[in-house]
Structure formats: C-alpha cells, structure tokens
Design a protein around this ligand. Structure first.
Ligand code: NAD
Length: 535
C-alpha cells in the first residue's frame, strides 16, 4: 500500500485541532496537471484545502478549443476500444479495482484534503469505486450480450437485440465525492465501449486526476479518457454540449439547464440531482441502533452527500427516548481536520456552503425553531467547520423545511401513525433516498414501497442501497432522471438495436393468396398465440 502524502499516517491518533501543514508534493501536482487537456501556456487555478484554507496546487484551466481537441482524440480512440472484446475491457477495470486498494492511503489523503471529510467517510469512496469496478467488470458481458427476442411470427422471424456504445460520453462530476463521483460513472460507460470526456469539479480535481492516472496504469488505451478542467457554466457546459450522451451530477437547478440543452440536441441524459431525504423511526424500532445510524446518515461528509438524511420523522411513542439517544451521540461527535482515522465529522467544502448552512439555521431559529444541538460555526477547527445541528419545530415558513441544505443540519418531526409518516416523507418535491427503522421487516418493506424515493433503506440510512451495485439507484421527481448501477446503469450508455431476420415466407400475402384470406389466417394465428400464451 502506498505512503500517505503527509507526515500523519493511518496509525496516528486524531490530535487536537491545529493548522496542519498539509501539502501536495509539487512533483505529483506537476505530473497530474499534464493529464489535463489545456493550452501549453494555460491559465491556472489554485486548488485549496477546505480543512485549512491552505494552497494545495495550481492546475491548468482548459479552453473551448481544449474541449474540441479532447472530443477529436476521444472519438479516434473509441472506435478501436469498441472493437475489443468485452472481457478485455473488463480486465482493465479489474486491475483498477486492485490499484485503488494499493494506492489507498494516497487517495484517502487527497479526498480528505480536497473535500474536508473524515478518513472514514473518504474510505466509503474507496469501497464504492472497488465495488462498482468489480460488479460491472464481472457482469458487463451478461448485461451487453446479444439477446434473443420473440420474433413477429415465432420460428419464421428470428429477432436479436444488440447493444452498441453511444460514442463519446460527456461527464460533469461534482466536488462532494472527489473519487466516487469522478470514477464510478465512467466505469460502465467505458465497459460499454464508449470513450469519455470528463470535467471534474475544480474543487476535487487532484483526486480525480490521480484516479485517472490509475486507470491509465490499469491499461486504459491512450486517448480514451480525456480530462478538461474549468468552470461549470463554460467548460462543463461545453463538455456536455458535444456529448453523445450526457452524465451530470449536481443540483436540481443546474440539472434543469443541462436537461434542456440535451433535449434541444435530442441526446439522452442521466441526471443525478438533489434530495431532502427522510428517515422514519417507527414505534417498534431498535432505538439505539437507529440513533447510531442516524448520526452516520445525517452527518456523513458533513451532510454534503446527496443521499444523506435531512429529515428525521419520529413516531411520537418513541420520539423522546430516541432523541435522548440521538442528541447524546451528536454531542459526542469528534469533529476535526486530521488526516487520520477516528473523527466522525469534518469540514464543509467552502465559504458558500458555510453561508448556506448558517442561513438555513439562522432563518429557522429566527422563525421559532428550537436548536437541540449544534447551531454554530467552529472557525477554530478550520475556516468552514460547522457543528452537527439538530432542529425541532421547523415549519413551512422556514427555508430548511423544503430546501436541500446540503450540510450538517437535520430537522425533527413527530407523527402518530405510519400513514402520517409516509405522507410526511412524500411531502417534498424531491425523491432521492429514504430510510425506515422497524423491527418488523415486512412492515418495513411495505412502508418502503409507499415512499416516493429511488432508494429506500430498511434499518439503514443510505449505505445498503448505495452499495447494492446490481440494483438501480437514482432519483424520482425533482431528484433526477436515469439511474446508476445495475442493468439500467450500463444500458443507458448504449443504443439498443433490433435485428430481425425473416425466414421462408414474408409477413404479407404471398403470391396468389387473396388479401382477405391472408388477413383471416393472421387473426387465427394471433388468437392461437394468445391461447398458447406466446408473448
Ligand atoms: P451545482 O449544480 O451548482 O454544480 C454541480 C456541478 O455542475 C459543478 O461541478 C459545476 O461546476 C457544474 N456546472 C454548473 N453549471 C453547469 C452547466 N451549465 N453545465 C455543466 N456543468 C455545470 O451543484 P453543487 O452545489 O456544486 O453540488 C451539490 C448538489 O449536487 C446537491 O444538490 C447534491 O444533492 C447534488 N448531488 C447529487 C448526487 C446524486 O447522485 N443524486 C450526487 C452528488 C451531489
């Protein structure tokens, strides 16, 4: 396993907060910068660590010409890649699986430095990338193989469904999961035979570039994966405007613009957007387990996780007891900037994110909500740290009732029945993720099916559904269009094609057969197919 980038290692215990001298070795930064398609004398942009506000590296900024160049190179490489057997493509991804583990310490450092999250939360990204690599590398042949379909006239018509790559997939990845969000959408796209042009967010570019280096090392052919850097509205948009298929992750507001542009060009788009996710604790739940899980599910990545829980719906019979367990755990959380295992929450990503969280909490406080825990920034830990915060008495007049906060803030609601809980969970324009806690699993499954969210976890907050790579994941309603994972997560990167071969006689009157007689025989034939349950 590789060394960490900084002096602190995984064996060191979390220390008292101090302005840590985190640096990215200049050799690494220079090497990674070379992977970006940008002019020889490109402008540069500083990457800064939210943990300390300190400078990490300068990376080149691409231009529109760079994006054009990236697409030309990607298109050339794509044709060769698509002609390779799926098994050969899969071997590259299986090697990436191993390389991610081999370079784990370095990747964890980069994720933490760029996102501000804890080491444990960064490790979830390692698990995610490895899991998606393994799943699609092992299953791609199954998902993509030609499939025999029932022909128009059984036996006489032999029909096969084929899957062809779209061509070049354009990916815009956000900053909140620097490794996961940069890599996992690429894996099925590449396995399906596409090339990719990706624009990682500038706040997570170092991690993304290091992971692309690992893909190169795993044997990805030159040219197939092109990387550009630059702001979303210019360079991100240019990437998506040239794509044969659009893969976007970000806010619902930006997702709408991206969808409109893709619609204008009549290309497909997968949009993974925001959420206002609810966890329901039913009257029969194991309250200590639910409280442990709620802490992880609300405050993972300081709440900057699209599937994190922002609403806790409590059955009134257990609400006080649950809150006693939950608040005790929230107050005991260990917050800090250490590049070491052991902390339970890190920093927000930026001043903009800190401002938004502060606004949501202050608005709620001013309008009468009670702050049960947290509710203030912690500048002594780092520039964007904010305490894990629990609010009760949140009403429709308050911004955080319906708007996604995307920070370490959860609102608590009480209900008297399961039906009321389902109605409240569904009382949102979003539909990304949800959770139900109950000891009665069949009741949990029943409640889950009534909640309008793309993933629902029973007795878990988000990890069970997220880690189930064979099953689709994505948003209903304003949370998105399209799915990651499973068959849908790779089929979206393909064009399906039906090839039907007709044998012996046409599906039309043959010479000398009157049309009326032919029509009668067709009706008899179709009736026989219905009776024989041939579908
Ligand atoms: P955002 O929409 O402001 O930006 C997302 C990304 O899109 C950024 O990298 C940005 O530079 C880029 N961008 C901006 N305008 C663009 C344009 N016109 N064309 C192309 N790219 C453009 O969102 P954000 O606040 O940076 O990210 C947080 C949001 O992302 C939250 O709403 C969160 O829920 C969502 N998110 C969703 C998922 C998911 O899987 N559903 C995962 C992570 C984050």
């Amino acid at each position: 396993m590789t060394e960490s980038l900084v002096a602190q290692t995984e064996s060191s215990a979390p220390s008292e907060p101090s302005p840590a001298p985190y640096v990215v070795p200049s050799g690494l930064a220079v090497r990674l910068a070379r992977r970006v398609v940008a002019p020889a004398r490109a402008e540069t942009q500083a990457s800064v660590s939210p943990l300390t506000g300190g400078h990490l590296a300068d990376l080149p900024v691409s231009t529109i010409d760079s994006v054009d160049h990236a697409y030309r190179s990607a298109r050339e490489a794509q044709a060769r890649w698509a002609s390779q057997p799926i098994a050969a493509r899969a071997r590259v991804l299986l090697r990436l699986h191993d390389l991610v583990f081999r370079n784990q310490n370095e990747l964890l450092d980069l994720i933490q430095l760029e996102s501000g999250k804890t080491r444990g939360q960064a490790f979830e990204e390692i698990l995610d990338v490895a899991g998606v690599c393994r799943h699609y590398a092992r299953k791609a042949e199954h998902y993509l193989k030609p499939r025999k379909r029932l022909g128009a006239i059984p036996v006489l018509t032999q029909t096969v469904e084929l899957r062809h790559p779209k061509g070049v997939v354009g990916v815009v990845a956000p900053w909140n999961y620097p490794l996961s969000m940069s890599v996992t959408d690429l894996i099925p796209a590449l396995l399906a035979g596409n090339a990719v042009v990706v624009r990682p967010d500038e706040k997570s570019a170092l991690t993304a570039l290091r992971s692309f280096e690992l893909l190169d090392q795993a044997g990805l052919p030159e040219g197939l994966l092109q990387v550009v850097l630059g702001d979303g509205p210019t360079i991100g948009k240019a990437v998506l405007d040239r794509a044969d298929y659009v893969m976007f992750t970000g806010s619902t507001a930006t997702g709408r613009t991206v969808a409109r542009d893709a619609g204008e060009r009549l290309v497909g788009a997968s949009l993974e957007l925001g959420g206002k996710n609810a966890m329901y604790i039913a009257a029969d739940a194991n309250l200590k387990a639910a409280a442990d899980c709620a802490v992880r599910s609300v405050f993972s990545s300081a709440g900057q996780l699209c599937i994190s829980i922002e609403r806790l719906i409590l059955h009134e019979a257990i609400a006080d007891e649950f809150l006693t367990h939950f608040i005790k755990r929230v107050r005991a959380m260990k917050i800090g900037p250490d590049l070491a295992w052991g902390n339970t929450m890190g920093s927000l990503i930026s001043q903009a994110q800190l401002d938004k969280v502060t606004e949501h909490v202050e608005d709620a406080r001013a309008k009468g909500a009670t702050v049960l825990a947290g509710g203030r920034a912690r500048p002594e830990l780092g520039p964007y740290f904010y305490e894990p915060t629990v609010l009760e008495g949140v009403t429709a007049a308050m911004t955080c009732r319906d708007e996604e906060t995307f920070g370490p803030v959860v609102s608590v609601y009480r209900v008297s029945t399961d039906d009321e809980a389902v109605a409240l969970a569904n009382d949102t324009s979003y539909g990304l993720n949800a959770s139900v806690f109950t000891k009665d699993i069949s009741r949990g499954r029943g409640l889950a099916a009534r909640i309008k969210a793309g993933t629902v976890n029973v007795n878990e907050g988000y990890v069970s559904a997220w880690g189930s790579n064979g099953s689709p994941m994505g948003g209903m309603r304003q949370s998105g269009v399209g799915r990651r994972h499973g068959a849908e997560g790779i089929w979206k990167y393909t064009e399906s094609q039906t090839v039907a071969v007709q044998h012996l006689m046409p599906i039309a009157p043959t010479k000398g057969v009157p049309e009326k007689l032919w029509a009668k025989s067709m009706v008899l034939g179709l009736k026989a197919m219905k009776a024989g349950r041939i579908s």
